[in-house]
Design a protein around this ligand. Structure first.
Ligand SMILES: Cc1ncc(COP(=O)(O)O)c(C=O)c1O
Length: 319
């Protein structure tokens, strides 16, 4: 196998729900995950009827691709179908963009680090290094994971803007810059509640999208996932309740003398000393948050679950 950068580190998943349950001495159903930046339940459009037609033809390839889905995404995103590249989630599109633009000897810039680790992973797997010296590609995460900030758009080109949390921003997007060397990456995993279906899309200038499509796998998404995405787009999500609950959770955290960062996404980032110890203490109670060196990131669930978390955070911090 071709050697990768000496700095290469693979993506690391959080503990499984079964492992957390074992650690906490509770049943897996009692574990509450606040660490995935996904909604607590599927949307009503994710149902058996939505996939019936796709299931009846699951023995065949989707010859000719998914024209209906491309039309629906084009309508939703305000672009043409020829601007769209489909992928198995935003991750697949990040990997595609990295390997299409960068290779051995190249440098890829990742802005606002620490941020979503797959920009680094995909660059390293493409054989490139991560740095800021004459990059062939720049990644920016906007809104930013993990802080939720609407970070400035870099002037660098080509620029891949990860808009995984676009739906929570009230329409903030770089999609108007496609003809200026910008590629926008989005997903159905977050507001559309389809993380398990693995489906996302990139938007790019027509020639860039064509080249990316040529470099993409022949059949990158499943017909079942395409059907779920299409059903979701027929009734796009209203995220207002999620945002209200996020803000209520943030107020609760402020009530504990914490200072959650203001967020444009479906999570809140809270700087805390000894974030690792707090993350660990919560895990032992069956509550998973995303811990990092200097803080924890929390995805709100429903009010009752979030209140349990607030109580446990208060206990762990002695407040
Ligand atoms: C910024 C960002 N990009 C991409 C992803 C992955 O999205 P997908 O499930 O579409 O691969 C995530 C998931 O947490 C994310 O936070």
């Amino acid at each position: 196998m071709r050697a990768l950068s000496e700095r290469f580190r693979p993506y690391e998943w959080a503990l499984s729900t079964a492992e957390i349950a074992r650690l906490a001495g509770i049943a897996p159903e009692q574990v509450l995950r606040f660490d995935g930046n996904t909604p607590p339940h599927p949307r009503p459009t994710s149902n058996v009827a939505a996939v019936e037609r796709a299931l009846a033809r699951v023995n065949t390839y989707a010859h000719g691709g998914f024209p209906e889905l491309l039309e629906a995404i084009a309508d939703y995103a305000g672009v043409g179908t020829e601007n769209i590249v489909l992928g198995a989630g935003a991750d697949d599109l990040i990997m595609l963009v990295a390997r299409s633009f960068a290779g051995p000897g190249d440098v890829v810039s990742v802005r606002d680090e620490p941020t979503y680790p797959v920009y680094r992973v995909s660059s390293w797997i493409a054989g490139a290094e991560v740095g800021d010296d004459d990059p062939v590609l720049t990644f920016v995460c906007r809104p930013h994971n993990p802080t939720g900030a609407l970070v400035p758009l870099p002037d660098a080109r080509p620029l891949a803007v990860d808009e995984a949390y676009f739906e929570y921003t009230g329409g903030k997007t770089a999609a108007g810059l496609l003809d200026d060397g910008v590629i926008v990456i989005r997903t159905f995993s977050k507001a559309f509640g389809l993380a398990g279906a693995r489906i996302g899309y990139a938007l790019a200038a027509v020639d860039t999208a064509a080249e990316l499509n040529e470099r993409q796998a022949p059949a990158p998404i499943s017909s079942i996932s395409a059907a779920l995405a299409l059903a979701g787009l027929a009734d796009p999500p209203d995220v207002s309740e999620t945002l209200e609950e996020r803000d209520r959770l943030a107020a609760g955290l402020r009530g504990l003398d914490l200072e959650p960062a203001s967020s444009w996404a479906n999570f809140v980032y809270v700087p805390v000393a000894e974030a690792g110890a707090l993350t660990d203490a919560l895990l032992r109670k069956g509550l998973a948050v995303r811990g990092s060196a200097e803080g924890i990131r929390i995805t709100p669930r429903e009010a009752a679950d979030d209140d349990v978390l607030l109580r446990r955070v208060a206990e762990a911090l002695g407040r």
